[in-house]
Ligand binder design. Structure first.
Ligand code: ATP
Ligand code: MG
Length: 324
């Protein structure tokens, strides 16, 4: 349903144009959940915002975002407005920031409903109650009268999900939906998203920097580093046999749950600033396997095996497929 090709995003900062996304490809089938993972600043949110065309005014976006056969980047703003919320919608890390503090929860949900379908206020209220029930909010009739500050972080995130579901989107982009929540509430929200995904057949892009969240919630993952997709494929394969040294590094820096002892090994160094990218492979300076070959250029994402793809001249597992 969604095929993104060669998505590039530049931001103009202080009169200089800085490239943030360097040609991202992304495919998503109907009903599928795709994980998007990577360290802070690697371009996960920019990717989602570029797809939904909600980037700041200093952005220039090129490439293709084919959704159901239409390139969203070429749509007039008014058509894009229709797709936003109705077909594709997004929930964010900090729900309270995206809510209006002086409007009740009920008003905010029914506003979204009215925006996308013709119905009376009574019908919209009923739909809002149904939605709050669907996302597991107890006493929905009472809660509709609450203001955002009267709800806990977990309940606010559930309300955001209810608002996102108000128009039965075909694709939900969840950008770090649980990062601001404590672990128990985090598990509840992820359970809820998984259940809704199954029940409504809604495709989901789950953005997180947490590999644990990926392991438990998605079958296919894309790993990003410095605005580049460095590895992509089935979670069960990538977690056992990561091909990209960056993915291997991320996995080695996690505590092991199998009872085996072993030191946590952090990845030395830090992500390069967008305007100070190294020559050659963007991960080169932090990579323990780096050779002269890695200075040749950014390796393209190529097939390791089946749907497992990696952008590295010297994959940890498998062999480089050659430039595509
Ligand atoms: N409007 C903007 N102007 C200039 N630079 C921007 C703008 N928006 C984002 N960036 C830069 O783009 C890069 C990628 O940011 P992005 O928010 O996509 O990271 P992320 O992977 O979502 O990180 P996090 O895990 O912290 O949410 C960062 O270096 C950020 O500073
Ligand atoms: Mg982000």
């Amino acid at each position: 349903m969604l095929h993104v090709r060669n998505l590039k995003v530049d931001f103009e900062v202080d009169g200089r144009r800085i490239r943030i996304l360097h040609g991202v490809d992304l495919d998503l089938e109907e009903g599928e959940t795709l994980g998007l993972v990577g360290e802070s600043g690697c371009g996960k949110s920019v990717t989602c915002s570029a797809i939904l065309r909600i980037l700041a005014d200093n952005a220039t976006v090129t490439g293709e975002v084919m959704y159901d056969g239409t390139d969203l980047l070429k749509l007039p703003a008014s058509k894009m407005e229709e797709i936003r919320g109705k077909d594709i919608t997004m929930i964010f890390q900090d729900p309270v920031v995206y809510m209006n503090p002086v409007k009740t929860i009920g008003n905010q949900i029914t506003e979204v409903i009215h925006l996308h379908e013709k119905c009376s206020q009574a019908e919209a209220d009923k739909k809002a109650i149904d939605l709050l029930t669907q996302v597991g909010i107890p006493h929905p009739e009472t809660r509709l009268k609450y203001y955002p500050h009267q709800l806990s972080g977990g309940l606010c995130q559930r309300v955001m999900i209810a608002m996102a579901l108000a128009c039965k989107p075909k694709l939900l982009m969840a950008d770090e939906p649980t990062t601001a929540l404590d672990v128990t509430v985090q598990a509840q929200i992820l359970d809820l998203l998984r259940g809704l995904n199954k029940k409504l057949g809604m495709a989901t892009i789950l953005v997180t920097h947490d590999l644990g969240v990926i392991a438990e919630n998605v079958k296919r993952v894309m790993v990003m580093y410095a605005g580049v997709v460095v590895e992509e494929g089935p979670v069960d394969i990538i977690f056992k046999k990561p091909a990209h040294p960056y993915t291997e590094g991320l996995l080695n820096s996690l505590p092991k749950m199998d009872g085996q002892d072993g030191d946590l090994i952090p990845i030395e160094g830090s992500v390069p600033a967008p305007d100070k990218r190294p020559a050659g492979c963007c991960f080169g300076p932090r990579c323990k396997y780096m050779t002269d070959e890695c200075l040749k250029g950014q390796p393209k994402l190529t097939t390791i095996n089946g749907t497992h793809r990696c952008a590295c001249f010297h994959p940890v597992h498998g062999t480089f497929g050659g430039q595509e």
